[in-house]
Design a protein around this ligand. Structure first.
Ligand SMILES: [Zn+2]
Ligand SMILES: [Zn+2]
Length: 415
């Protein structure tokens, strides 16, 4: 038994699920009814950016079908998340009744696990979105928790993180150029076209810096436009995401004290994401173009080098989320590529591929992160905290504070 679980049993001896989870409600039944009644808006609020940000980024061409699909998708995702939240809270009571005492893993971990197993199945897109988000958050918490020297070095070193991001980025972009795999990534490589030796280099700026006898690149427009267009679009996207995030987070301040809103904006609006996006695509495209000019033709190696060096702007935005996302994508793309190109695939790999791994990851991720937020809150990714607090109407946060209070009291009494 770990120190923490020992302390948990000592502190919760004789306590009921009501003491821990719902002192405000006299019975478990009332607690269930009230959570079902009160928690619905939380998940709708949580996923509002998921409805709004893609619409802003799309920037036009809204059809009736687009709105219908987005709104229906948003309602579906929010409602199913709400079901998981209500089940999760209710299972705390169910397991307490079942065992007649509060048990370490049966508070949070197993309620999270079973509520996800029993919740209605999500659409493929949402399952993917949630599965990957939870996998990344789980990875982030595990990286923070571990004592393995290699991972500790990685965690503390910005340079090592950047080098890994560059390697993942290069390989992902290389595979995306080689085979048609349907994956979201920060950039999409242009398919290689044979350069027309009779064409003229139509880039004024790049043509002056690095003249080329003909247009060697595979992209359509001039190199200047290709680079500038990417730079502006990506910077704007980064700025919009940051702005939307700021509005959603600070909305309560705006409602209560509108005067504090502008100083708050000046203080907490960060341009890091915008610079990261802009320089990421700018560097990737610029280096790609320079290499095509140097070799006089487009080749896979150009894309590999550009992808590798294009990962350098990670230094501007060295976040766990970006690195874990790159790592997950790297594994996914590599797996798909293997299945598409390998001559003979071993039987065990075929069987592994048939597993509903996104759902398994989601179930384990939710359970682990539910456990983490109460017992190891310093390891919990901030988005996990936001998700759980929004969806539980801060009930999990109150539970955590109560439990921490009991455990501290218990240690105090022993001293
Ligand atoms: Zn109860
Ligand atoms: Zn070019």
């Amino acid at each position: 038994m770990s120190e923490l679980s020992k302390c948990f049993y000592e502190a919760t001896a004789g306590k009921t699920c009501r003491d821990l989870c719902h002192p405000e409600y006299a019975s478990c039944w009332i607690s269930f009814v009230e959570s079902a009644r009160l928690l619905l808006p939380g998940s709708f609020k949580l996923y509002l950016p998921y409805l709004v940000i893609p619409a802003i980024i799309k920037g036009g061409g809204y059809t009736r079908k687009y709105w219908r699909d987005s709104i229906l998708g948003y309602c579906d995702l929010s409602f199913k998340t709400y079901v998981v939240a209500v089940c999760g809270l209710t299972f705390q009571c169910v397991f307490y009744k079942l065992f007649g005492e509060l048990k370490y893993y049966w508070v949070m971990f197993f309620p999270g696990l079973f509520s996800t197993i029993l919740s209605p199945k999500m659409s493929k897109v949402h399952q993917r979105l949630q599965g990957i988000t939870y996998f990344n958050m789980m990875l982030e918490a595990l990286i923070k928790q571990t004592n393995l020297s290699l991972v500790v070095a990685l965690r503390d070193s910005k340079l090592l993180g950047t080098l890994l991001f560059m390697i993942f980025n290069a390989r992902i972009l290389d595979i995306l150029q080689r085979v048609p795999v349907n994956h979201f990534w920060f950039a999409y490589p242009v398919k290689i076209k044979k350069g027309d030796v009779n064409s003229e280099d139509d880039s004024r700026v790049l043509g002056t810096i690095f003249p080329s006898a003909h247009k060697a690149c595979s992209h359509e427009r001039s190199c200047d436009m290709h680079i500038l267009d990417g730079f502006l679009k990506y910077s704007l996207t980064g700025f919009i995401i940051e702005l939307a995030r700021f509005f959603f987070n600070k909305f309560p301040v705006l409602m209560k004290e509108p005067r504090k809103f502008l100083p708050e904006a000046r203080r907490s609006l960060s341009m890091q994401l915008m610079f990261f996006f802009g320089s990421y695509i700018g560097a990737y495209r610029l280096i790609g173009c320079l290499l095509c000019r140097h070799f006089g033709e487009d080749r896979p190696i150009n894309n590999q080098i550009a992808g590798f060096l294009g990962g350098l702007p990670y230094l501007i935005y060295p976040k766990y989320q970006v690195l874990t996302l790159a790592f997950t994508k790297f594994i996914e793309v590599e797996w798909d590529y293997y299945f598409k190109t390998a001559k003979k695939i071993p039987g065990w790999m075929r069987q592994l591929d048939r597993l509903p791994y996104l759902r398994i990851v989601l179930i384990l991720g939710i359970a682990y992160l539910y456990h983490t937020i109460v017992f190891y809150p310093h390891l919990s990714p901030s988005f996990n905290r936001k998700v759980i607090n929004y969806c539980s109407g801060n009930r999990v946060e109150r539970l955590r504070r109560r439990l921490t209070g009991w455990m501290l009291q218990n240690e105090w009494n022993k001293a």
